[in-house]
Design a protein around this ligand. Structure first.
Ligand code: HSE
Length: 435
């Protein structure tokens, strides 16, 4: 069998996982790749005490790996967007195929990278960039190739899901769970990327580009994280039969594409509501197949390595066959790339959970429901709970029917202006994911 030489750049959590799994399962992986996969060189700015790289040459000069004439595939696992971009472009310039797990890099610079790869005739693969060990990129690009995708919705950040699950099931504090997620290697180097929804936005953009033939760009995505979420809302949601999940949602509508990341109430009857801990899950609704669900570990050393190595195998097989057509195709022509319009969050229709503290006296509830009616919003459920929020105030929780977000904004403003309501109105979008 011929050999395919690999250069791994970055020996952190994922790099170590790739080294270990390639070493442990080499016979099996080589037979799938139909060649001998050889790690010729590792570029890492520091050693990893959790990874014994045995006789493999390790250099501190990662750019040297991109220029090494012996190497066929450069595996970029250093993260970040500046040095990683420079490294990937240099590798392409030097005729290397590239495998990367870097979602921020693909979301931000994907178009430029793919254009360079196409003109140089090399492949760029990024399965591990979205949902860790779940082969969702292959599912969207190949498995569902026959379909027009209507919508997709996913739990695509393991750290956020881990935090929400622990807060929900064990009543733990946000900060305490975040530290555990960092220790376990789930969280990004800057964990605000996880908890503010930025990491999920990167992954959503990548999936939407494949599902809807859109350019890779972060412009226009509505992004909200979980830092403002209060434990009491998780409890009220449960009372109403919902779980609170942090979702990335992309939906093709006649007006444009919805692209949004935010905490969402999901009915307990929906499978995705039972996806807990660091697990990820993506539901895809498409015209021919209907709704499919992809579930698995969304972060961690070996799950992510599993996806990186799947790409290495794919690329290696193609090197020995015909590499043309391997630059990621977004499933559209150049005109379509420009035509897709992203909807403003105000124009999106969904249901809402809202909560506020109202004075506990007669007539208050009817004033509030009048504000809702005047805004054209229909109420699906309402609960009033006595809580220690103040002597005379009670918590009121309302579930609405589907409404346009701008109408909800008007109602929220109206409610906040009432003398009988104290403080801000909390609202969370609700998705039933049933059609
Ligand atoms: N920080 C990411 C997460 C790692 O928690 O999902 C995988 O992309």
């Amino acid at each position: 069998m011929r050999s395919v030489n690999i250069g791994i750049c970055g020996l952190g959590t994922v790099g170590a996982g790739v080294y270990k799994v390639l070493d442990r399962n080499s016979t099996h992986i080589n037979s799938r790749a139909n060649c001998d996969l050889v790690i010729s060189q590792i570029g890492a700015r520091r050693d990893n005490p959790n990874c014994d790289t045995a006789d493999t040459a390790v250099t501190r000069d990662i750019f040297g790996v991109a220029k090494n004439p012996e190497i066929d595939i450069v595996v970029e696992l250093i993260g970040g967007t500046d040095t990683a971009f420079e490294l990937v472009m240099l590798a392409i310039e030097n005729g290397k195929h590239v495998v990367t797990a870097n979602k921020a890099l693909i979301a931000k610079h994907g178009m430029e990278i793919f254009a360079a790869a196409e003109s140089r005739g090399v492949m760029v693969a990024y399965e591990a960039a979205v949902a860790g060990g779940i082969p969702i990129i292959k599912a969207l690009r190949e498995g569902l190739a026959a379909n027009r995708v209507n919508w997709l919705a996913g739990i695509i950040n393991g750290t956020t899901n881990f935090i929400l699950s622990e807060m929900d099931s064990k009543g733990r504090e946000f900060a305490d769970v975040l530290v555990e997620a960092q220790e376990k290697g789930y969280a990004e180097a800057d964990p605000t990327f996880d908890v503010e929804g930025i990491d999920a936005a990167h992954k959503l953009v990548i999936m939407a580009s494949l599902a809807f033939g859109m350019p890779l760009s972060l412009d226009g995505i509505f992004t909200d994280g979980i830092t403002k979420l209060e434990p009491q809302d998780v409890v009220y949601a449960r009372e109403l039969g919902y779980a609170v999940k942090h979702l990335g949602i992309a939906r093709q509508t006649e007006q444009g594409v919805e692209l949004r990341v935010h905490p969402t109430l999901v009915p307990e009857s929906c499978m995705i509501s039972g996806v807990n801990d660091v697990s990820n899950a993506v539901m895809v609704n498409a015209d021919a197949v209907g709704t499919t669900l992809y579930y698995g570990p969304g972060a961690g050393s070996e799950p992510t390595a599993s996806s990186v190595i799947a790409d290495i195998v794919d690329v290696a097989r193609s090197i020995n066959a015909d590499a043309s057509g391997w630059v990621p195709a977004l499933g559209c022509n150049a005109d379509m790339l420009q035509q897709q319009k992203i909807m403003a969050i105000e124009d999106i229709d969904t249901s809402f959970y809202i909560r506020f503290a109202a004075l506990d006296k007669s007539g208050v509830l009817s004033t509030i429901t009048k504000v809702m009616a005047d805004a054209g919003i229909s109420i699906e459920a309402i609960i009033q709970r006595e809580q220690p929020v103040g002597e005379d105030y009670v918590n009121v929780i309302i579930l609405t029917n589907v409404t346009r977000e701008k109408l909800l904004d008007a109602a929220v403003e109206g409610i906040e202006q009432l003398d009988t309501v104290r403080g801000d109105v909390t609202f969370i979008r609700v998705e039933h994911l049933d059609q």
